[in-house]
Design a protein around this ligand. Sequence first.
Ligand SMILES: C[S@@+](CC[C@H](N)C(=O)[O-])C[C@H]1O[C@@H](n2cnc3c(N)ncnc32)[C@H](O)[C@@H]1O
Length: 320
Amino acid sequence: MTAHSVIHDRILQVYQNRILLGEDGLEYKLRPGAVSYVRGEFLSKTILQAGAVRTLETGLGSGLSTLFILEASVQNGAQHHSHVIMDPGQESFFHGVGTRLLKNTEVWEMVEFHGEASQTVMPRLITDGRTFDAIFIDGDHRFDGAFCDAYFAHRLLKPGGVLIIDDVWMDAVYLVCHFVEASYRYEIIGELQEGYSSAGPDAEIDDSFTYGRAKNRPSIRAYRKPLQDVADDYSFNLPFSPVREQIPEDVVRRRVSELSREALVALSVGDKKTARVLLMRALRFQPTRVKTHLRLARTFLPSGLARALGGKTHRSERRD
Ligand SMILES: C[S@@+](CC[C@H](N)C(=O)[O-])C[C@H]1O[C@@H](n2cnc3c(N)ncnc32)[C@H](O)[C@@H]1O
């Protein structure tokens, strides 16, 4: 069996069992923050097509994205210590499930792992003169963390190298992407509009995932760094303006309608708390919609009074 098919089999096994072994020998559930299968496939294909051998990744987590990267890079000829990964929470928060997965797949020799934050590791790599063919950012998702990763990645990537950014739907990450495009002039070479969550089919999906979908933002995006680095130009007039995006009207209408319908179903069975949460989500998309405000008010009233005021059932409001 070839090295990449051994890695691929292990990937399939993890998604099937959804259980990982920690460094302490205990079993842990696969966390929903891990890359979903389709996003992992996208990552792997992008690395393969780029012919990348020297790779870097921020945020080891469960180790799944690392396996997808290695699956592709071994086919490109990658050998020992070709993939640099970092994660300050691997031992504590993740109980070492990522490091254990790599050891059990017998690819530990292929990685250089740092149990530290990317913001301290990446500048050291720059000082050491290291460069990479492809970099995957999936570490600290807050703006400052994600921005630092992109800033250092830009300095570590070879000209024409590939940058892949995960969770583009998040506001902070989306803004970082906008900066990379507008100021560093990175070219989008691929993206996905699916596979937002890696949670299993029976898992409760975090609303933030549907938020990303509703904004028509990709789950993951790949860029090519320009051959000529504009950030090296010290006349330093990098263009950048805040994102002024409009969510398409039909997407807003559809999402608000879905949420209202679910809220009415909840109200009809007396579940006012769920109805309230759903209606508040709907207001995030359409803050001025009077009907939603009135329905929200009903969730604070005693059930009898709410019914009398509401009049309609969710069935009669289906065409909402
Ligand atoms: C969404 S998870 C990554 C999931 C991973 N790609 C996978 O497939 O399982 C984010 C990871 O980033 C790590 N992280 C958070 N802040 C970081 C930082 N400053 N530098 C590197 N990793 C960081 C977290 O500990 C977590 O493991």
